[in-house]
Every structure is written in structure tokens, then in C-alpha cells.
Design a protein around this ligand. Structure first.
Ligand code: NAP
Length: 278
């Protein structure tokens, strides 16, 4: 089987490493000639170029670019691929992409590997990035059964935990555990910066240690990712943000009324429930 990867960055490059190690032929396409050259030199792909027509011989194409350009790339790619080719993407939001691409290419299936890092680009790509992490496929009622089966077989070779759900369910679930944390972590940093006394602010910055490192990590990451989440998963993100505000109000009220038993109940509940998420 030949696999095409468009967008040789962190996710595209990491998929390329793993599938190549599994014995597949990997043809890459990326925007910058330097990225293509580096991907070949690093051994991530068998060949790479900026030309989507080079993907004519492939059986499956993973589109691994930013969400905003996925459907434009698919539109330009479709005239070049064989009629049996499967197209998939790795974008962090599924509803809008699946809605736009399914009518263009019935053999399209959305996908989302829940793995990554704060770094971007081919040099951040790594082998086994997906092992042990969720990989979600988002077929619709119209997705052909053989497309779902082929993708399940292919993706499970990454040793990931495979899930299948609708694009809508995906977007609602990831709003809670990925898109909401990005915003609340950013809000935490912004709130700290509102300290009016520069001396206190400087001390707070010097005292920050592991707890602040954990809670501020995603808020201090790539701003483009947060903008994409808000733009493409707006409704679900807003729903989770409104609920988060209620949770904050509840905590504030309990503390304002010095209701320590109630605070302890709340914090015991979050302590008990956290292991169900991570
Ligand atoms: P990345 O490291 O920045 O890689 C993106 C790649 O897309 C780059 O190789 C870049 O190519 C190419 N690209 C960018 N703009 C393009 C355009 N206008 N036309 C064609 N190619 C373009 O980003 P990433 O983290 O791998 O993210 C890729 C996708 O994975 C996104 O849709 C994201 O939502 C999803 N995702 C990310 C994570 C994460 O944690 N990072 C996790 C799961 C899913 P050149 O280098 O050639 O310019």
C-alpha cells in the first residue's frame, strides 16, 4: 500500500515515520521545498515534493495541514487521485471539515489523533507519537464500509487507542478536554498578568513552579491552534466556557461564604473524578 501525506509537519511527519517503519511507501507533499528536502533527509518519507499530482499512485492520503486549508487542498488533490483512493485528515475539529469534504469525495473519512506537542514542523516530528493515545475516526452514515474498515486496520497499526464517533459528538467531547483547557489556561495567565503591583507580579513569576507549569502549559502554546479551535468549534467551545463560568461562580460563592465543608466536598469530587480523564 502507498500512503500520501500532505503537510509534513509535526503530525504529518510523525505519521510518515511510523507508517514507513511499518513498511509502507510514503509520498509526501509540503508547501516549502526545504520541508520536503528535510523530510527525505530525515528518512520520514520515500519522496516528497510540492506537487499534489505526485500523489496519483497512492491508496490513502492523510491531509495534515492546518484546518483552515484542508478543504482547499482536498479540492486541488481530488483531480489527481485514483477513484478508489481514501482521503482522510488529522484536523482537531471535525464537523465543518467532514461536512465540506464528504460531498466532494465520498471516500473521505475524518480522523483526529489525540497526540502532539507544543512544537511544530518536520523537525518536531517523532516516531511512536500516537502509541497509547486515542485516535478518533469520524465516519458518517454515508461513509462506505470498506473505507472505515481499511482506515481502522491502518490506524490501529500505530498502536493507538482507536475510537469511532460522529463528527458532532467528537467536537462536543474535545471541547471539554482540549478546547476549553486551552482557553482557561490562557485566562489563568491573563489573570495573573492583571496584578497591578509590578513587584508582586515579578515575585509571582519567580515563584512559579511545577503547578503553574502544568496549568499554564496549553495557554502558553501556539495561538493559531486556539484561534482555530474557537473559529471551527465555536458553539461547543462557548457551551463549555459558559459551564466553566458557572463552576467558577460556584467555587467563588462557597469561598465567599467560608463554607469549608462544601469546598472540601467539591475538591474531593474533582480529586476522585480526575483519573477518569487522565
Ligand atoms: P505543523 O507542525 O505546523 O505542520 C503543518 C504542516 O502543514 C506544515 O508541514 C506546513 O508545510 C503545512 N502547511 C501549512 N500551511 C499550509 C498551506 N497553506 N498549504 C499547504 N501546506 C501548509 O502543524 P501540526 O501540529 O502538525 O498540525 C497539523 C494538523 O494536525 C492541524 O490540522 C491540527 O489541527 C492537527 N493536530 C495537531 C495536533 C497538535 O498537538 N499539534 C494534535 C492533533 C491534531 P511547510 O512546512 O511545507 O510550510
Amino acid at each position: 500500500m502507498k500512503i500520501g501525506i500532505v503537510g509534513l509537519g509535526l503530525i504529518g511527519g510523525s505519521l510518515a515515520y511510523d507508517f514507513r517503519a511499518l513498511g509502507y511507501t510514503i509520498l509526501g507533499v509540503s508547501r516549502q521545498p526545504q520541508t520536503c528536502e528535510d523530510a527525505v533527509k530525515l528518512g520520514a518519507v520515500d519522496a516528497a515534493s510540492g506537487d499534489l499530482a505526485s500523489l496519483a499512485p497512492v491508496d490513502v492520503v492523510f491531509i495534515c495541514t492546518p484546518v483552515s486549508v484542508i478543504d482547499g487542498i482536498a479540492t486541488r488533490l481530488i483531480p489527481h487521485v485514483s477513484q478508489n483512493a481514501i482521503l482522510t485528515d488529522v484536523g482537531s475539529v471535525k464537523g465543518s471539515v467532514v461536512k465540506r469534504l464528504t460531498p466532494l469525495w465520498p471516500r473521505f473519512i475524518g480522523g483526529h489523533p489525540m497526540a502532539g506537542s507544543e512544537e511544530t514542523g518536520i523537525h518536531a516530528a517523532q516516531s511512536r507519537l500516537f502509541a497509547g493515545n486515542p485516535y478518533i475516526l469520524t465516519p458518517t452514515d454515508e461513509t462506505p464500509a470498506d473505507v472505515i474498515e481499511t482506515m481502522k486496520e491502518l490506524v490501529s497499526q500505530l498502536d493507538c487507542n482507536l475510537y469511532e464517533c460522529s463528527p458532532t459528538v467528537h467536537d462536543r467531547a474535545v471541547a471539554w478536554i482540549s478546547h476549553l483547557p486551552k482557553m482557561t489556561s490562557a485566562a489563568l495567565i491573563a489573570a495573573c498578568l492583571s496584578e497591578a503591583d509590578p513587584e508582586i507580579l515579578q515575585l509571582a513569576q519567580s515563584f512559579a513552579s511545577s503547578g503553574f507549569r502544568d496549568t499554564s502549559r496549553v495557554g502558553g502554546g501556539n495561538p493559531e491552534l486556539g484561534c482555530m479551535m474557537a473559529q471551527y468549534n465555536r458553539e461547543e467551545l462557548l457551551r463549555s466556557l459558559h459551564q466553566y463560568r458557572q463552576s467558577l461562580d460556584q467555587l467563588t460563592e462557597v469561598i465567599e461564604s467560608s463554607d469549608w465543608p462544601a469546598l472540601e466536598r467539591l475538591l474531593s469530587q474533582t480529586q476522585t473524578e480526575r483519573p477518569k480523564f487522565v
